[in-house]
Write a protein that binds this ligand. Sequence first.
Ligand SMILES: NC(=O)c1ccc[n+]([C@@H]2O[C@H](COP(=O)([O-])OP(=O)(O)OC[C@H]3O[C@@H](n4cnc5c(N)ncnc54)[C@H](OP(=O)(O)O)[C@@H]3O)[C@@H](O)[C@H]2O)c1
Length: 324
Amino acid sequence: MVKAVRIHKPGGPEAMVYEDVDLAPPGAGEARIVHKAIGINFIDVYHRTGLYPLAAYPGVIGMEGAGLVEAIGAGVTEVKAGDRVAYASPPPGAYAEARNLKAAALVKLPAEIPFENAAGMMLQGMTVEYLLRRTYQVKAGETILIHAAAGGVGLILCQWAKHLGATVIGTVSSEAKAELARAHGCHHSIIYTKENFVERVKEITNGKLLPVVYDSIGKDTLMKSMECLRTRGLLVSFGQASGKLENFDTASLAPRSLYMTRPGLFNYIATRAELEESANALFDVVRTGKVKIDIHHKYALKDVRQAHIELESRKTTGGHILVP
Ligand SMILES: NC(=O)c1ccc[n+]([C@@H]2O[C@H](COP(=O)([O-])OP(=O)(O)OC[C@H]3O[C@@H](n4cnc5c(N)ncnc54)[C@H](OP(=O)(O)O)[C@@H]3O)[C@@H](O)[C@H]2O)c1
């Protein structure tokens, strides 16, 4: 038995129940990880509410963790007992003291990266890696727009994009968040709850508009994000923190021949080679200090309800983790 957080049916924070669950020995191709820290991500909210249904109920949620390999199943070659590892991977199941996971999803953690930083950076950091380097290749001298610039993904995006030589415009909901984003490489902050971000982007770019916008807010911002793009620009819709935009009409892309993509991390780290390349690129920028991982919120695993309440009410900044 291990302590874990399970959803018996989708719902609010109260749907998460901290309880004992059975844990079988690792199966063929699997490793058992004893978590030292667990990442909290917005996708966990989508799993909890049922926006992304679980395969079966009750089920443990959570997509990211770091810890020690305790045992391996038949045929595992990637890791061995005692290895320090981290992961961001389906299926959900990370909100637990220990779990089994396919060993091919685990990466060995460099000695200088602490477990808590790893648990707070794998999912968000590899997301930033593919967004800036593969969904669109951000080049020095380009200006880009990112929303929720002081969030978990946001602070990493600001730093990594600045490191690539881009000028970063970031939206946030408060002055305190604006200050934080600026301290992490955001050149122009916009308080989108008060200011018209489309007009501000026009001003900042002298009407030239942008080659790419990274939108993780969805319903509240997506159509306006499109207005910030220049001819043949790319709208990257990679999340929906404010809810899903229903009835999107592709004809709205037509006036400026825009492109749009709805990418997800797990399609960008689908092979072992892609996973290793993405993780190593992340480890490099972290080890060299180009990207600092800020874990601003740390909760005991049993206090997970509070963690979700704060994440959903826009109270958090930077990374968030659970500690078993
Ligand atoms: N597709 C992918 O591969 C992928 C991977 C990782 C994350 N994501 C997405 O990236 C986004 C950020 O994830 P995260 O874990 O780093 O979370 P986060 O940015 O730390 O938190 C979400 C932020 O969204 C903003 N927001 C705007 N409207 C909101 C609303 N109605 N309710 C709640 N928040 C709202 C808030 O910032 P302000 O207060 O500044 O507005 C809030 O702090 C999420 O949409 C997530 O789904 C996508």
